[in-house]
Structures are given as structure tokens and as C-alpha cells.
Design a protein around this ligand. Structure first.
Ligand SMILES: *Cc1c(COP(=O)(O)O)cnc(C)c1O
Length: 396
């Protein structure tokens, strides 16, 4: 019997053989696994890729429980664990390319993913072409004989363009190209990757899966076709994580559904408030029409989260500094996906190095905010006094 999503958040990964009579699968620390007979050792060897204890690097029951939970939430045939989201991205890409291959990379990709392609993969003769996030089926024209991967990230980093992933996946599969998605924004639950043609869904579990800003972790969930190669390559590249971190990620999953619903409700309310502010040119929240690709969000996503951006009318670094420094509830910090609100500013000039082709068509400062689980009225009051400081500095 297939369970509803809310039930899955509670039950995923909690097999009796892993929980041993308590609610949460305990933290099982192990390098060596000991066998009491030749037969036991043979059994473990034969089943070492099937969630059987074999050697620490293949995972313990704590890891098996998290892997199982991730495939329950996202679908797919198996989940590889990595020490952070970036490791999940780089090792997953590396598992499927070799010298002479070509990658089509969305131009709005997370900056370290772009830097990896340019600084690491290029050295080994893997070429990357960047494409417009809103390209859709026209990606057909960029495909080369040696194109191995089309990498998507939706919405895009910082500027939030939502992609037509199904249209891209249809074209990719005509050419037997692997579709990878950085699915961090949806936490793997607001966008169903495998129902939309994705072959491998990657996440910085550091963000919403863990949800409390205290663990670095990455996941990659692959379809039946690609799981064996991903599993073996990740293993050969020595990718493994601590059972404590796996435990905390599993604990985060229990509240993921209610957290995401609340982040989304809070962020939508604040996005709508921001859209009416005289200082704001436009709001890039996937749930609002003013966000590029909003129609794909409406069609493909079950909901959103707390992360979005808005663009100010002008670029005035002194005023932006006054705004940021005056905020009480929004700390400045990289990352997002925890229970707390965060803020960062990007001056339009910074996109010159962040983008190859899709230069943003606005001239004001972009503010990216993460809306946490605080009272919305407190956050709005904070932003309001922030704008007062902003305006004072602007007109000085
Ligand atoms: C944070 C982030 C990553 C990288 O995750 P780390 O755990 O910090 O390595 C990758 N992709 C996106 C979209 C992110 O926001």
C-alpha cells in the first residue's frame, strides 16, 4: 500500500531491522564489521550493495535508513550520500563523464558547480556549454554528438528562473543524455524529479533536509538505469558520511513537510508585501507572476519554500549597507534552509562573473532572502524599519 506524503515523512526509513525496538534508527558507528562464520562473510559480500552490513565505507544501518528515506521521498532506485551538497554534485557528474565529453549546464547554476566545470573538468577534457534557463525544448539546438549530461537547477541560483524540466528531459532522452537536477530548492518534495523526466536528483541536504543549519550533507538519488554506476563510482571515489550527520538528516525529514509548508506560506506573504513596496522594482518568488518561469512553477511544483529574491529600483551600495546592517531578524549568511531568516545582497555587476549568457535584465540591487519560521509580522516590521534606514541613506 502506498502511503500519503505526510505519513511518509514519519515512516520513511524506519525498518524494524534498523530501529531495533526504538523509534529512531540509532547512530551506528562502524569501520569494521565482524563476521562469525565464513558463510556470514560470504553473505555480506554478495549483498554488500543491498543494504547489508559489510564495511563502514559501504554504510551502516543509520546510513541505510537515510538512503531508504530519500528514495521514499524522491523516488528512484537508490541514494548515494556525500559529505556536502557540492560533493554530491561534483562526484555525480564525474561518475558519468570522461575525456572528450560535453555537458550542457544551466547558466543560472549554483556558482561552485560552474567553477567545478571550468576549473576541474576542463583540465580533463570535459567541455561545458551554458544555456539559458528558459530555453525549454530549444535545447535541442545545443546538443552535440558528445553531450553526456544536461544539468538543470530549478529555480536558478539567486535569480530564481524556473525551468521547463520536462521539455528539456524529453529532448535529452531522444539522445540518451542523462538529465541531472540540483533539486535542493524543492527539498525533493515540492518537485517530483522522476515524474518530470529527471534521471538523477541531487540535493544539498545541508539545506532543508537537515533543516537546522548544523550539518553539511549531500544526496544523489538515481533512477534504476543510472543507480548502479552512481553507487559504484561514488564508492570508488571514497564518498561517505558520518552516522551522526545521517542521523540528524533523518531527524530533519520527520518535520520536513510542516517546515516547508510554513516556510512557503511565510515567504509568499512577505513576497506579496514586498511587491507593493515603492523601493522594490520586482519580486522573484516562483509563486508570483513576476518570477521568470512562474508558469512552470504553477504546473510542476506542489509548493515552494522560504527562499526568494527581490530587486530594488536602484543600486546604491551605501543604502543597501544601511538596510542590511539595520535588520534584527535577518542575519547575513551563506546557505539557507534552516529555521531562521537570512539575507544577502548582490549588486548587478556581480552577475558578470556569475553568468555566461543569461545576464539579468535589471539594474537595481538584488536582495536574496530566506524566510524562516518566525512570526511573519515580526519579519515585515523588521523589513519596514530596514527600508527606513535604506531611504535615509539613499537620500543623504
Ligand atoms: C548550498 C547549495 C549547494 C551546495 O551544498 P553544500 O552542502 O554547501 O556543499 C548546491 N546547490 C545549491 C542550490 C545550494 O544552495
Amino acid at each position: 500500500m502506498s502511503e500519503g506524503k505526510k505519513t511518509q515523512f514519519v515512516t520513511a526509513g524506519r525498518k524494524k531491522e534498523w530501529t531495533h525496538g526504538v523509534v529512531n534508527p540509532p547512530v551506528q558507528r562502524a569501520s569494521t564489521v565482524v563476521f562469525n562464520s565464513v558463510a556470514e562473510k560470504k553473505h555480506a559480500t554478495a549483498n554488500r550493495t543491498q543494504q547489508t552490513l559489510f564495511y563502514g565505507r559501504r554504510g551502516t544501518e543509520t546510513h541505510f535508513a537515510l538512503q531508504e528515506a530519500m528514495t521514499t521521498l524522491e523516488g528512484g532506485a537508490g541514494c548515494a550520500l556525500f559529505p556536502c551538497g557540492s560533493a554530491a554534485i561534483t562526484n555525480t557528474i564525474l561518475s558519468f563523464v570522461g575525456a572528450g565529453d560535453h555537458i550542457l549546464m544551466v547558466d543560472t547554476v549554483y556558482e561552485p558547480t560552474r567553477d567545478y566545470c571550468e576549473q576541474v573538468l576542463r583540465k580533463f577534457g570535459v567541455e561545458t556549454t551554458y544555456y539559458d534557463p528558459l530555453i525549454g525544448a530549444d535545447i535541442r539546438e545545443l546538443i552535440q554528438d558528445n553531450t553526456k549530461i544536461i544539468f538543470t537547477e530549478s529555480p536558478g541560483s539567486v535569480t530564481m528562473e524556473v525551468q521547463d524540466v520536462p521539455a528539456i528531459a524529453n529532448v535529452a532522452h531522444e539522445h540518451d543524455i542523462i538529465v541531472m537536477l540540483d533539486n535542493t530548492w524543492s527539498a525533493g518534495i515540492q518537485f517530483d524529479p522522476f515524474a518530470h523526466g529527471v534521471d538523477i536528483s541531487i540535493q544539498a541536504a545541508t539545506k532543508y533536509i537537515v533543516g537546522h543549519s548544523d550539518v553539511m550533507l549531500g544526496t544523489a538519488v538515481a533512477s534504476e538505469k543510472y543507480w548502479p554506476q552512481l553507487r559504484e563510482h561514488a564508492y570508488l571515489m571514497g564518498q561517505c558520511v558520518s552516522p551522526d550527520d545521517a542521523y540528524l538528516a533523518l531527524r530533519g525529514i520527520r518535520t520536513l513537510g510542516v517546515r516547508m509548508a510554513q516556510h512557503h506560506a511565510n515567504s509568499l506573504e512577505i513576497a506579496q508585501w514586498l511587491a507593493k513596496r515603492p523601493e522594490v522594482d520586482h519580486v522573484r518568488h516562483p509563486g508570483l507572476e513576476s518570477c521568470p518561469g512562474h508558469e512552470f512553477f504553477k504546473r510542476d511544483f506542489a509548493g515552494g519554500n522560504g527562499l526568494f529574491s527581490f530587486v530594488l529600483n536602484t543600486s546604491c551600495p551605501a543604502a543597501t549597507t544601511a538596510f542590511l546592517d539595520s535588520l534584527q531578524h535577518f542575519s547575513m549568511g551563506f546557505s539557507w534552509g534552516g529555521f531562521e531568516s537570512l539575507v544577502l545582497a548582490n549588486e548587478p555587476a556581480s552577475f558578470k562573473t556569475l553568468r555566461t549568457i543569461a545576464n539579468p535584465n535589471f539594474t537595481g540591487t538584488l536582495i536574496r532572502i530566506h524566510i524562516g519560521l518566525e512570526d511573519v509580522q515580526d519579519l515585515i516590521a523588521d523589513l519596514e524599519q530596514g527600508f527606513a534606514h535604506y531611504n535615509n541613506a539613499l537620500h543623504r
